[in-house]
Ligand binder design. Structure first.
Ligand code: 26V
Length: 825
């Protein structure tokens, strides 16, 4: 049936009323007619779903208006392709952004339901591992806020990141089940389903006009079905769509098999298809390398591109205008296969000439790199790609031939340089390097902090940068101030509003106005009081979860992030052990009471990371129970870190630990969340810390440690770290006690190898940065004792966080990469 033309001014229903009475009536109505529950027997989950349905209706009007607007204005659309979206809970975010918090709270109150209980009940959508996935979520919110017509494309994993529990201090992983109670936010779009192929062969065919084409004939097919979630911008400015794909079989059941009695075999195709979107890969810094992962990558890339091209053709009817109307941002290399898929769609399916297709493709795509760690750079064996995606492998070879020819002829590259820019890695078995593919197929390649972008130019992409010097650019990460200040810290938001008025809510740079109040003792007092309330809340969580009592008067020293050796939780806990030794040796000194808070997940197969968790727990058990410490030091590890837990911990932090080995943390975004909430950063000159140091000024941050250059130098010289240990009796004492089993009497050798590594190679410079870190911690103590000084620093941190808003980041993407004009607001 031919598609009906779109009528932009077709009738729409009356928008829903937003009074307390209307909401109250509607929540009841949803409970009865949508959930099918009598209010007298309804459970809390029923109330939650009913409330979400009522709020959702108030978003629908704006959602539809946003889509109409994009069709009507023919503006360029942005597509953010990401294998991860760590969005967390949506209800508070949505209510707060459309200004319905108080109304809904009152409506529920009248029904004897407490809004905060419902908020805590909503599952935390953990469709991501860490920084990369959370960045995608902040970007989605900022794109809606800035009224950019944008779509997020990803996977609707049935199971997000595993739940972490502790068993005798060890991490154990349990399956996560965020869809168990259904998901009232999503809309299944059966009509938007696409066929995805795998395997098979490529057949050359000659068209009637004599042209030769390659045709891929996959032997394995499944369906990608769309699920849409609305993403609301600040003040409901715009509602964009997060479209997540779910894999389904083409035939739900093989009837012939079933009828012949093979009941399991009849469902085989179904479970094989569904396996693709069953679970998120839980590693974020080592490539998984499994076939299923490549299937996930192609599955969502292909579905997204088919959707994009269909929408474009429906509106514009020709593909030549793609780069004018479509910008596709690749979040890391995970969707890089989309470049080859786009070429296949243009050349094989639409008969476009290769050179023309390549120009369009490069005009459409841009790529963000998020890590330079060699073990996290994706590459796939040629044999695997050939088997799963034979036509894409041919296309990759053809792209490579063009690039290498250009490198030889135009840039006069030598053999080594050719090897560096080649899409094919020849070391060991041949592999396709996805970073190189993403680079050559994009008009823009960006890093996520100034330092990281420089390192991209100097290391992994040095020769590609020589070949295409105008492509690499920097877009320092950001965070959405809505979730990470206004929603998670309403007390602070209120205080700021009282002081400088509400303008900062719409223009975050206005927070600068706080600078002028940083010396005001009354304001300092108020600022500190807000912090104390948040600390009391965290203290309660610690008590409830761990049974450990901590005082809200202590300095809350926080390191929360994925557990990784380069992030150096080990450095932090060794310093805690050294402090423990000092406190016992010098009970007469004026010690600053501290609570060291850790949280984060380790990749299930990352042994050292899991061992570090166990060490933190072992150390905590000893220190927290030693009467000689007199409560001056506590060490706690909060299990199952996720977005919702972060929203409680971040506003309660006094000190933010951002202590990665210089050159290794691409940006960090946790650092920015703490800054917004008035924590002082102790950190290395790494990632976005460098820019934070610049924004906040040297007086308002505590920097320590080796620089990127010094780290590189020491590594190049293969310098043995022993000298650093011999020079530092405090470090030596701490290492000896850990290695000899003081904290692991049940297994004295548990940490021998972990600590041994510090003597041996110390790749992450834990030993060599220790003294500098300890000195920095003493400096923190001194600052804390001068409370006026501390509070002033804290206020300056909040005041100067504006640069780290993801609105700023997205504006820069829009202007420099996507070629969009942003309305000034
Ligand atoms: C790699 C892999 C390998 C296969 C298994 C699953 C998986 C998932 C993610 C990754 C790449 C992780 C890269 C990453 O998360 N980078 C972080 O990106 C943040 C946002 O830009 C940045 O702030 C962090 O510094 C950076 O580590």
């Amino acid at each position: 049936m031919p598609q009906k033309p779109i009528v932009y001014d077709a009738p729409t229903p009356e928008p829903r009323a937003v009074t307390v009475e209307a909401l109250q009536a509607e929540i009841l109505e949803k409970l009865t007619y949508s959930i099918g529950k009598d209010p007298i027997v309804a459970r809390r989950h029923d109330w939650l779903a009913a409330t979400i349905y009522a709020v959702r209706d108030r978003i629908m009007d704006r959602w539809m208006e946003s889509s109409r607007d994009t069709w009507r204005t023919s503006n360029k659309r942005v597509y953010y392709l990401s294998l991860e979206f760590l969005i967390g809970r949506l209800m508070r975010d949505a209510m707060s952004n459309v200004g319905l918090m108080d109304t809904v709270r009152e409506a529920l109150n009248n029904l004897n339901v407490e809004l905060d209980d419902l908020i805590d009940l909503e599952p935390d959508a953990a469709l991501g591992n860490g920084g990369l996935g959370r960045l995608a979520a902040c970007f989605m919110e900022s794109m809606s806020t800035l009224q950019i017509p944008a779509y997020g494309y990803g996977i609707r994993y049935a199971h997000g990141l595993f739940r972490q529990e502790m068993s005798e201090g060890w991490q154990v992983e349990l399956p996560e089940d965020w869809l168990a109670h259904g998901n009232p936010w999503e809309f299944e779009r059966r009509e938007s389903a696409y066929e995805i192929g795998f395997g098979g062969h490529v057949e050359p065919v000659t068209d009637p006009d004599g042209t030769l084409r390659q045709e891929w004939r996959p032997n394995d097919h499944l369906l990608a079905v769309a699920y849409d979630t609305p993403i609301v911008g600040w003040r409901g400015a715009r509602v964009n769509t997060l479209r997540l794909w779910s894999a389904q079989p083409i035939d739900p059941i093989l009837l012939d098999k079933f009828n012949s009695g093979d009941h399991i075999g009849a469902l085989e195709e179904s479970s094989r298809a569904e396996a693709i979107t069953r679970v998120l890969y839980p590693a974020d810094a080592t490539v998984a390398g499994q076939e299923l992962r490549l299937r996930q990558e192609f599955f969502f890339s292909s579905a997204s591109l088919q959707d994009i091209v269909r929408r474009h053709l429906q509106q514009y009817g020709d593909l030549g205008s793609l780069p004018d109307k479509v910008a596709v941002q690749l979040n890391d290399t995970h969707p890089a296969i989309a470049i080859a898929e786009m070429m296949r769609i243009l050349v094989d399916l639409n008969g476009m000439r290769w050179a023309e297709a390549w120009k369009l493709t490069r005009g459409v795509f841009s790529y963000t790199n998020h890590t330079l760690l060699p073990e996290a750079l994706e590459s796939w064996p040629v044999a695997l790609l050939e088997r799963l995606l034979p036509r894409h492998m041919q296309i990759i070879y053809a792209i490579n031939a063009d690039v290498l020819t250009e490198a030889r002829q135009r840039a006069k590259f030598d053999d080594q340089q050719i090897a560096n820019v080649s899409l094919i890695d020849e070391h060991g078995g041949r592999r396709v390097r996805m970073g190189q593919l993403a680079f050559v197929g994009s008009h823009s390649i960006n890093g996520v902090s100034a330092l990281h972008t420089e390192l991209m130019k100097q290391t992994v992409f040095a020769d590609l940068h020589k070949l295409y010097p105008e492509r690499i650019n920097n877009k320092t990460n950001g965070i959405t101030p809505r979730r990470w200040l206004m929603q998670c810290n309403p007390g602070l938001t209120r205080l700021i509003t009282e002081r400088i008025g509400p303008d900062f809510l719409d223009d975050i740079d206005k927070l600068r106005g706080l600078d002028a109040h940083a010396d005001d003792p009354t304001f300092q007092e108020q600022f500190a009081r807000v912090k104390t309330v948040k600390k009391a809340r965290l203290a309660k969580l610690i008590k409830d979860r761990l049974g450990v009592t901590v005082s809200e008067g202590a300095l809350f020293d926080v390191q929360i992030k994925r557990i990784h050796e380069y992030k150096r939780q080990l450095l932090n806990i060794i310093q805690a052990v050294a402090a423990y030794d000092e406190i016992r040796a010098h009970p007469e000194k004026d010690w600053v009471p501290r609570v060291k808070v850790f949280a984060g997940k380790a990749a299930p197969s990352y042994w050292n990371a899991k061992l570090i968790i166990k060490l933190i727990n072992d150390v905590g058990k000893v220190i927290n129970n030693d009467p000689a410490v007199r409560g001056l030091l506590k060490v706690v590890f909060l299990p199952n870190y996720n977005v919702s837990v972060a929203e409680i911990i971040v506003p309660a932090a006094d000190l933010s630990e951002q202590i990665s080995t210089a050159g290794m943390e691409a940006s960090g975004t946790g650092n920015m969340k703490f800054m917004a909430n008035g924590a002082i950063t102790i950190g290395t000159m790494d990632g976005a810390n460098v820019e934070m140091h610049k924004e906040v000024g040297a007086d308002n941050i505590v920097i320590f440690g080796l620089s990127t250059e010094q780290v590189a130098e020491k590594r190049a010289k293969s310098e043995v770290p022993r000298a650093a240990i011999d020079r530092s009796p405090r470090l030596k004492e701490a290492l000896d006690s850990i290695a000899s089993g003081v904290f692991s009497p049940d297994d004295p050798n548990r940490y021998r190898d972990l600590i041994g590594g510090l003597y041996d190679h110390d790749w992450f410079m834990v030993a060599r940065d220790f003294d500098s870190y300890s000195a920095a911690q003493r400096q923190v103590d001194a600052l804390w004792l001068d409370r006026a000084r501390w509070n002033r620093m804290a206020i300056h941190n909040t005041a100067r966080v504006g640069f780290f808003s993801s609105d700023r980041t997205i504006r820069q993407y829009a202007e420099d990469i996507w070629g969009l004009a942003i309305a000034n607001q």
